[in-house]
Each structure stands twice: as C-alpha cells, then as structure tokens.
Design a binder for this molecule. Structure first.
Ligand code: ZN
Length: 283
C-alpha cells in the first residue's frame, strides 16, 4: 500500500500530460515567444463549457470563444524571465494538460528621452515629476475593467488608414537615472488623423492625462484592452459600445508627446505586449 501511494505521488509530480484523456490539446501560436510578445492558445477537441481554467505560470487567463473554438490570448511581460514557462488547462472533470512555453530574451535597446518644454524640460525636477505622474496614471489604467468573454468576433487590426511605425515597442528610454520602457507602438499620424477602434468592445475610459494626454481605453473582452494615447480630440464616451473600425478620436500631441502621432498599447490580462506582434496573430 505504501509503495503504491509513493508511485501515485511520483506520477503526480512528474507526469505533465501534453493531451487530455479525451483528446483535448493546446495549440500555441507562435511556439516560441520573445519577452514582450503575445501568443494565442486554441484548445482543440473540447467544448468551452468543459474548460475549468487556463493558467500561465499560475495566473488565470480568460478562455473565450473565437472562430467557434475555446481561445486565449496571453502576453509575456517585457520583464518576464527567459526560459521555460508553463501553460496549464484544467477541465471540469479535473483532467489537465500542460504545455511548456519557451520565452526568449529580447535584445535591449536604449535611447535618450527628452522631456518636452511644456512638461518642464530636461531638469531633475521634471524627470522626477514625470516618473511620479506616470506611475499614478499607470495605476488608473491598470484598474480599467476587463470582461472575460470576448466582445469581438473579428480579427484585430491596426486603427489607422495608413500604417507606418515611427517608434517600435519595447525599447527603454533613459531620462536622468530613470529608464522608461516604451510599452506600445507609435504610428505616424499627422494632427487630426482619424483613429479607429482596433476591434469591437466597450469604452472603459475616455479622459485627459498629464503624461498620456487624451486617452481612450477599450475593453474588448477576453482580457484584451487597447489604449490609444496623445489624441487631440475624443469621439467616444466612457461606457459606450464600439464596433471594429468605429472612430474613437483624432491623433494629436496631448500630454507627453513631442509631435503628433498615435501611441497604441495593447494589454492582455494586464500585460502590455507588442501591438504589431499581436495583429500578426490574426493574419
Ligand atoms: Zn509611444
């Protein structure tokens, strides 16, 4: 009996099934991700009603229906350690399946950051003020409501008519002793360019921030939140439903921006990832 229990214990520790007893499987795209990048999980072979929970490194991630299949969108934090991470699905009958996700390190790129004169210029006081205000604004954005079921049925795509990236996601901007990661993509957008919703959802926030300027946050469901920043004008109100392609505002240089552009951030269950890599998941 004792030997039997010991074997059961060992099996529990070392057995990480890659498929469920009744054939369910986790399909991950892409199989290898870099720090700061997203990946998509499609659960094959089981009904969404049989999914109890999906976790990535122990953190619960919403599973929603997309294209008729249980799906999840997961972000790997820019600061996540490189190496193996664990994706785990548990079904209602407590069967489970695990998959190892290999996270590669991102090449570190830094650039100096100048503080616009309107926000105090490049002084120590202005730098400290920027970091303080930024952390307050990030706190507000971190509390934006997220819905678990998907509020979208179509693919996500960029919110401008013409797409030209001027500043990529993920590099660090140095100001004084501070290093501020660029957690979004900057697109070329002359003043007053119409900015559209990247997919359907509910506007959770439409307000003016000191650093981020006029900002619209849309909850798309499935843990996906998009943030459009530095707008000159907002066309939506908090609580308003939008469908993909609806105008949400116009580009500008409000807040901490040297010139008019669109800054787009995308968060997956609170983790900011590279928006261009996110759009690529849907191609
Ligand atoms: Zn930006």
């Amino acid at each position: 009996m004792r030997v039997y229990l010991f074997i059961v214990f060992l099996a529990g520790v070392f057995y990480a099934p890659t498929a469920l007893a009744h054939g369910g499987e986790l399909l991950v795209t892409p199989e290898t991700v870099v720090q700061g990048e997203p990946f998509m999980v499609v659960v094959k072979g089981i009904d969404i009603r049989d999914v109890k929970k999906l976790t990535f490194d122990g953190k619960q991630i919403p599973v929603f229906l997309y294209g008729g299949k249980p799906t999840a969108l997961i972000g790997v934090d820019l600061a996540a350690r490189s190496g193996k991470h664990t994706l785990k699905l548990v079904t209602l009958d407590l069967d489970h399946v695990e998959k190892s996700i290999s996270v590669q390190s991102r090449k570190k790129i830094t650039a100096p950051l100048g503080i616009p004169t309107k926000l105090g210029g490049n002084t120590k006081v202005a730098q400290e003020n920027l970091v303080t205000v930024l952390s307050k604004e990030n706190g507000v954005l971190a509390r934006v409501k997220m819905t678990d079921p998907a509020l979208f049925t179509e693919a996500f795509s960029a919110s401008l008519e013409s797409i030209f990236v001027t500043d990529a996601y993920g590099y660090s901007r140095e100001t004084g002793s501070y290093s501020i990661p660029h957690k979004g993509t900057d697109f070329r957008a002359p003043l007053g360019t119409e900015v559209k919703a990247i997919n359907s959802g509910v506007v959770r926030l439409a307000r003016d921030f000191t650093v981020y300027g006029k900002t619209v946050a849309i909850d798309h469901g499935g843990g996906v939140v998009s943030l459009s920043m530095h707008l000159s004008k907002l066309s939506v109100k908090e609580g308003q439903k939008v469908i993909k392609g609806d105008p949400i505002g116009f580009s500008g240089d409000t807040g901490y921006a040297e010139s008019p552009h669109l800054h787009l951030s995308i968060r997956l269950s609170g983790v900011s990832i590279d928006p261009m890599k996110f759009f690529a998941l849907f191609k």
